[in-house]
Design a protein around this ligand. Structure first.
Ligand code: SAM
Ligand code: SF4
Length: 498
């Protein structure tokens, strides 16, 4: 793939060719387009149900699927077989993650961006976007609402690519976020895990970001299809370099970042191809860097201001295919976190729970400064796209509790070394569940006491009591310590974890 030269100066210095080529094999990357297309074509007839069931048994044994197996699942159309796939996806989720769901909020710190992605409202050509970047005081005010009023413990902080929010700004803003402490009904609250969705960086810059207390580092490839990538990202922009982005996570791991999140923007190109490529990406990370992706995101394209993509775009993904994408990801990488955001409507997000999704956001505002403004309306000129699910965290938790799910605010993993290869092995073996269950219940209790509305408490407290009973029966050796922590939380102590 050829790249137009970037203008000299800031943009021209960002891409380090040596930090791309060193991960390649004899100059080749890991996305074998022809092979992906061939695999999809090879299993184009309706697959044999026995073969499908063998694959499902493999997923249920918490084993990764091969690309051939993923292609075969993609080609299942029989309704009864699809329902078996969905039911197995849920079983896999429950086996690895039990009835826990993790919640977070997106936090957009600015909308300056030098890139010109054809689908994004922040793109540099969009003259109708009101540009803003939050200063320290504004960040503090946002976090006071996020952590102190809503009760979030995890954020995905989102950055455009621009000299105004380069690595020094990212590091400083992460420090500001972690520093905010707010008094709550019974204790204090703060953000305990800052995940970052940002452009690709050099290894040197990624080390700085990691040292600032990074949780997961997310970069979505958007599309793995080279021609479509070139159409969406002009060649004379930084993002126009397909390989700089494709190896962002290899560099992150070299920089010591254990948890990386990959994703594709579904709707830019054929979803079957993107799904295969996503699985190829996590396999490539595992092969070369020793551990695959910690999370996979599958954002679906939504209309944005000035986007070139209209309703007649041929690759837009309908709900039925979108459900299939989710269940196949769950089956293909059984222990990897799956994130669905409030881009999607509540009904689809509820379906996603039945297909193995593990993380979702709530009370989300993606307008810059939207939390402190308590903006309830959507502000199209200041945000990247329009949200599909505007439920508050309290409402989401109530809905989840009604479905038997407990919401985990646990952030212990990365703070006591259960990250990267270690967490993936624990999840594969089922051992992580032992810590997670205890910490999930403790942090859920903490949230209920500090933030729940009356209706939510009424639904959630019996769920917690039931979980306590389960811990007593299944983990008797940990029960006394757990109950001691639980009692301390009831008295207002915060941030206790096992
Ligand atoms: N600027 C960074 C980058 O591009 O990697 C991170 C921020 S960007 C705002 C985060 C993600 O939003 C992108 O990776 C893309 O997948 C998603 N996105 C952009 N436009 C979108 C749209 N119209 N609908 C849905 N998701 C979109
Ligand atoms: Fe900038 Fe990211 Fe939007 Fe592209 S997707 S225009 S890089 S903010």
């Amino acid at each position: 793939m050829t790249h137009a030269t970037l203008s000299p100066g800031w943009a021209g210095q960002r891409i380090r060719e040596d930090q791309i080529t060193r991960y390649m094999d004899h100059g080749r990357d890991f996305i074998e387009e022809a092979q992906i297309e061939a695999r999809l074509k090879a299993s184009v007839a309706e697959p044999d149900p026995r073969q499908v069931r063998d694959i499902l048994a493999k997923s249920l044994a918490i084993k990764d699927l091969s690309l051939d197996e993923v292609a075969l699942l993609i080609n299942v159309h029989d309704k009864a077989l699809l329902e078996e796939m969905r039911a197995t996806a849920l079983k896999v989720k429950l086996k690895v993650y039990d009835n826990r769901i993790v919640t977070f909020a997106p936090f957009y710190l600015g909308n300056y961006c030098v890139n010109r992605c054809a689908y994004c409202g922040f793109n540099n050509d969009n003259t109708s976007a009101a540009r803003k970047i939050l200063n320290e005081e504004e960040i503090r005010r946002e976090v006071e609402v996020l952590a102190g009023r809503i009760g979030h413990k995890r954020l995905i902080v989102v950055y455009g690519e621009h000299p105004r929010n380069d690595v020094d700004y990212i590091v400083a803003s992460m420090k500001t976020i972690y520093d905010v402490k707010v008094k709550t009904r019974h204790g204090t609250a703060s953000i305990r895990r800052v995940n970052v969705n940002a452009p690709p960086f050099s290894v040197e810059d990624l080390k700085k970001i990691n040292d600032a207390g990074l949780g997961t580092y997310q970069v979505f490839q958007e599309t793995y299809h080279r021609d479509t990538y070139a159409r969406m990202h002009p060649a004379n922009t930084i993002k126009g370099n397909y390989h700089w982005r494709l190896y962002a996570m290899h560099r992150a791991m070299e920089a010591g970042i254990d948890d990386v999140g990959i994703g594709a923007l579904f709707g830019l190109y054929d979803w079957r191809y993107e799904l295969m490529a996503l699985v190829a990406h996590t396999q490539a990370l595992e092969k070369k860097m020793g551990v695959g992706a910690h999370t996979i995101s599958f954002p679906r394209l939504v209309p944005a201001l000035n986007s070139i993509i209209g309703a007649d775009w041929p690759y837009l993904v309908g709900d039925e295919d979108f459900r299939k994408i989710m269940m196949i990801i769950r089956l293909a990488v059984p222990y990897t976190g799956m994130i669905i955001t409030a881009r999607e409507k509540a009904a689809i997000r509820n379906d996603a729970l039945m297909m193995g999704v593990t993380q979702m956001d709530a009370s989300s505002h993606i307008a810059i400064g939207g939390y402190a403004d308590s903006v309830t309306a959507q502000h199209e000129d200041k945000q990247q796209f329009i949200l599909g699910d505007t439920r508050t965290l309290d409402e989401l938790i109530r809905d989840l509790a009604g479905m038997g799910y407990i919401t985990s605010f646990c952030t212990a993993g990365y703070r006591c070394g259960r990250t990267g290869r270690c967490i993936m092995d624990l999840l594969r073996s089922g051992a992580e569940g032992k810590f997670c269950k205890l910490n999930a219940v403790l942090t859920f209790q903490e949230w209920i006491d500090d933030f729940a509305g009356e209706d939510t408490r009424r639904l959630a407290q019996p769920l917690i009591d039931r979980e306590v009973g389960e811990i007593k029966a299944r983990q008797p050796q940990a029960f006394d310590v757990f109950m001691d922590y639980h009692a301390r939380i009831k008295k207002g102590q915060r941030d206790l974890y096992l």
